[in-house]
Ligand binder design. Structure first.
Ligand code: PGA
Length: 254
């Protein structure tokens, strides 16, 4: 049984006081997480304060990115060791905004994935097709290739338990969603390719999330799907009542 995972991606939002306020508001709404894990990925500047405050809550810490080296002359970058220092357990890798706006390539995502595995950080590797690719009908091929490139050269025995997020680029922050059925189809295909690259038990151990304009109203529809193991939430994670409702949607997926 894969435990459902709900991830808040705050992106470049929330100062430290704002972040702490949001966390406090959410922990008043959600006192325990029986059916799922809940992970917060605040901006780097809020990680320290958040990682202290989160100890009083049932939630866990994640980061939005990291560098693939442990240290060195990489001005402005964040080492995985800095994240571990702050009790960060999860890290988003290859988010489409990193790929599209900051030139992150499949090769970089591959190196980050190796380093995350080495450091025992749980990677959440993001993949997804653009609107053009979606319209051209190449979604499966695009995602299959992103997965293959991310996993190229990785030790197969180390891959159990890593997390993937299927986020169609055209659905992020646009209010447009893939339908739950479309997302299920892609995610099921992802699990098949993962099984081919690794093996069935490893692929079955991996959680695959859907992300892209997830709202409180739509959360349940996605969580009902057999292969969708959780949600990566941007905009709606900034509003405590909405995010709380998304977490609660894991409790009664039927
Ligand atoms: P969104 O963002 O929910 O605001 O579409 C999701 C994401 O980018 O992870």
């Amino acid at each position: 049984m894969r435990t459902k995972l709900i991830v808040a991606n705050w992106k470049m939002n929330n100062t430290v006081p704002e972040g702490l306020k949001l966390l406090a508001a959410l922990s008043r709404e959600v006192r325990e997480t029986k059916e799922c894990e809940v992970v917060f990925c605040p901006p780097f500047t809020a990680l320290f304060a958040m990682s202290e405050a989160i100890e009083e809550t049932p939630f866990k810490m994640g980061a939005q990115n990291m560098h693939w080296e442990e240290s060195g002359a990489y001005t402005g970058e964040i080492s995985p060791l800095f994240l571990k220092d702050l009790n960060v357990q999860y890290v988003l890798l290859g988010h489409s905004e990193r790929r599209q706006l900051f030139g992150e390539t499949d090769i970089m995502v591959n190196k980050k994935l190796s380093q995350a595995i080495r450091q025992k950080l749980i990677p959440i590797v993001c993949v997804g097709e653009t609107e053009k690719e979606h319209k051209e009908g190449t979604t499966f091929d695009v995602i299959d290739l992103q997965i293959k490139k991310a996993l190229d050269g990785q030790q197969k025995t180390e891959l159990a338990g890593i997390v993937w997020a299927y986020e169609p680029v055209w659905a992020i922050g646009t209010g447009k969603n893939a339908t739950p059925e479309q997302a299920q189809e892609v995610i099921q295909a992802m699990r098949k390719s993962l099984a081919k690259i690794t093996d069935v038990p490893t692929a079955e151990s991996m959680r695959i999330l859907y992300g892209g304009s997830v709202s409180d109203e739509k959360a349940k529809g996605f969580l009902k799907q057999p292969d969708i193991d959780g949600l990566l939430v941007g905009g709606a994670s900034l509003i405590p009542q909405k995010f709380a409702a998304i977490i609660r949607a894991t409790e009664a997926p039927q």
